[in-house]
Design a binder for this molecule. Structure first.
Ligand code: ADP
Ligand code: MG
Length: 570
């Protein structure tokens, strides 16, 4: 039966293990959060599978996680009766990292331990965190629906390889035993474990239990009656109700934060969250988080994102991206719907009225959270903007219905502040518009310096008109889709006509006309020598220091867009 095999870890796992052990020493106890989190996920998965195949419960539907320690042996064991793993599953899940882009992530590590430990936190250490405190980890697991002799024993010292062996295991689920390192034996202590578990597992929706010893019998005396011995039993250490089903007022900030870490695999606390129960035409609960830091793979196209979906409190799927437009892909959280069928699949979600309604509602909710943050805490909003502003800029192109609201959340650098920090909103700009100014002026350039020093700004500077300075790659794309804000057109200062309108006084018009007639000869000579390279040569009053500049004609591609197209090989 045994058939022991040795497998090498995937290169990235080896790197992760090495880095983790050397950089997470100040945060050791998180191994328990990760393993309890996995056990709870395993319970969720079994509950979902059992909806269509009740036999998977094998008569034991009371899902729970149990934690115990053996002081003498120096071990900690985390045991669950969830979905378990098959031999192939074990080799895949406990030998590789499935996330796409993992190799790139490891290339980006600096070797600086404190920086890397932050990054590893964002990456998510998961199961492998067991090796922070253990020098040997043993996993015994049997997948639901498989017979007792199809169980697997996995073992590793967390170095280059692991072994797997087919064994027999009566109970379904997974049992993970950590053989603690010499200097980590303190974890093999009930009291210590209990205090960590209460901290990390109150939000977990299955009971997380520890064994409580019984009391010995007390014999009767003259004054007191005999007390019989009590048997020990497993006692839940947590509330074990799904956090989002509780009333907001009963959930502490710490619990919300811990729950965030459980579902997002992020180490850091979230920036903000919003928990709402909605009744009426649609019935659902949403719990939405904005992370404080962008995940390492925010720009990876294959990155999984989206909300966890529950239907009537049963976990259905991770990464349900249908509920969140792509420009809000940094949002983490869950949605628990009473209106979707329990057997809902990704295909059904794709084209579904309930999905559409939920997506609309959840999108509005997130925009509302951000608007409120921007209004009440500009500093925090600025830190959000630094992390996720570039993603939000995809909004106006993607979400026509909320274009104006998204536009209101954008931040730009501007000639008003003279700083490179993007902290000016379109509303700020509009408020500062000059009397008679009807347009919002902007420039897009390759860098902030190029934008700020462009000769195109000269005339506007002279008239003290503010110009938004854009220099991110996405800005050209943004501006193609965002043509107006608050009824005012956005106008590039590099366009042929600045259309200053009433800001142009009569004297200037006259001067311009005069200049035009005077310069006819010069203009013709320039035009003749440039030939087909330009479509027109014009005299202008918009430059004050620079002798000449190139502008795009009305209705033509901007110079920036041309560069983008060239870069894309077109
Ligand atoms: P993540 O939880 O982010 O998927 P982990 O490294 O924590 O990453 O776990 C890797 C995978 O191992 C899980 O996705 C799951 O498939 C499997 N796994 C880990 N622990 C358990 C468990 N207790 N029961 C069943 N499967 C598990
Ligand atoms: Mg995990």
């Amino acid at each position: 039966m045994s058939q022991q095999e040795t497998h090498g870890f995937q290169t990235e796992v080896k790197q992760l293990l090495h880095l983790m052990i050397h950089s997470l020493y100040s945060n050791k106890e998180i191994f328990l959060r990760e393993l309890v989190s996995n056990a709870a996920d395993a319970a969720d998965k079994l509950r979902y599978e059992a909806l269509t195949n009740n036999d998977l419960y094998e008569g034991d539907g009371e899902l729970r996680v149990r934690i115990s320690a053996d002081k003498e042996k120096g071990t900690v064991t985390i045991e669950d009766n969830g979905i378990g793993m098959t031999r192939d599953g074990v080799i895949e899940h406990l030998g590789t990292i499935a996330k796409s882009g993992t190799a790139d992530f490891f290339k980006n590590l600096s070797g600086d331990e404190s920086k890397d430990s932050q990054l590893i936190g964002q990456f998510g250490v998961g199961f492998y965190s067991a090796f922070i405190v253990a020098d040997r980890v043993t996993v015994r697991t049997r997948a639901a629906g498989h017979s007792a002799d199809e169980a697997v024993l996995w073992e590793s010292a967390g170095e280059g390889d692991f072994t797997v062996e087919t064994i027999s295991k009566q109970t379904r689920g997974t049992e993970i035993t950590l053989h603690l390192r010499e200097d980590e034996k303190e974890f093999a202590d009930d009291y210590r474990l209990r205090s960590i578990i209460t901290k990390y597992s109150d939000h977990i929706s299955v009971p997380v239990e520890m064994f409580e010893e019984g009391t010995p019998a007390v014999e009767a005396t003259e004054d007191t009656e005999a007390v019989p011995a009590t048997e020990g039993s497993w006692k839940p250490m947590n509330k074990a109700t799904a956090l989002w089903t509780r009333n907001k007022s009963d959930v502490s900030d710490e619990e919300y934060q811990e729950f965030y870490k459980h579902i997002s695999h992020d180490f850091a606390d979230p920036l903000l969250w919003s928990h709402n129960r909605v009744e009426g035409k649609q019935e659902y609960t949403s719990l939405l988080y904005i992370p404080a830091k962008a995940p390492w793979d925010l720009w990876n196209r294959d990155r999984k994102h989206g909300l966890k979906l529950f239907v009537q409190r049963v976990f259905v799927m991770d990464d349900a991206e249908q509920f969140m437009p792509s420009y809000l892909r940094f949002v983490q959280g869950l949605i628990d719907s009473n209106d979707l069928p329990l057997n809902v699949s990704r295909e059904i979600l794709q084209d579904n009225k309930v999905t559409t309604a939920l997506r609309t509602a959840v999108t509005k909710r997130v925009l509302g959270m951000l608007e409120k943050l921007a209004k009440n805490d500009a500093e925090k909003y600025q830190s959000f903007w630094t992390e996720f502003g570039q993603v939000l800029k995809e909004g106006p192109a993607e979400d026509f219905a909320n274009k104006e609201r998204v536009a209101g959340l954008l931040r730009f650098a501007s000639t008003h502040t003279g700083e490179a920090t993007a902290n000016v909103s379109l509303a700020d700009y509009v408020e500062r518009m000059k009397e008679g100014q009807s347009k919002i002026y902007y420039i897009v350039a390759d860098s902030h310096e190029a934008a700020a020093n462009s000769p195109h700004l000269e005339v506007l500077r002279k008239k003290d008109i503010e110009v938004l300075l854009m220099s991110e790659r996405i800005d050209e794309w943004l501006i193609n889709h965002l043509t107006e804000f608050d009824g005012k057109k956005l106008h590039s200062v590099t366009r042929g006509d600045l259309e200053l309108g009433e800001l142009e006084d009569a004297d200037e018009k006259e001067a311009q006309e005069k200049l035009q007639t005077e310069s006819e000869g010069l203009v013709k000579r320039v035009k003749d020598s440039l030939g087909d390279k330009v479509s027109e040569v014009k005299v202008t009053t918009r430059l004050t220091d620079t002798p000449a500049c190139v502008v795009a004609g009305e209705g033509e591609m901007s110079t920036q867009m041309i560069k983008l197209m060239q870069a894309a090989g077109q």
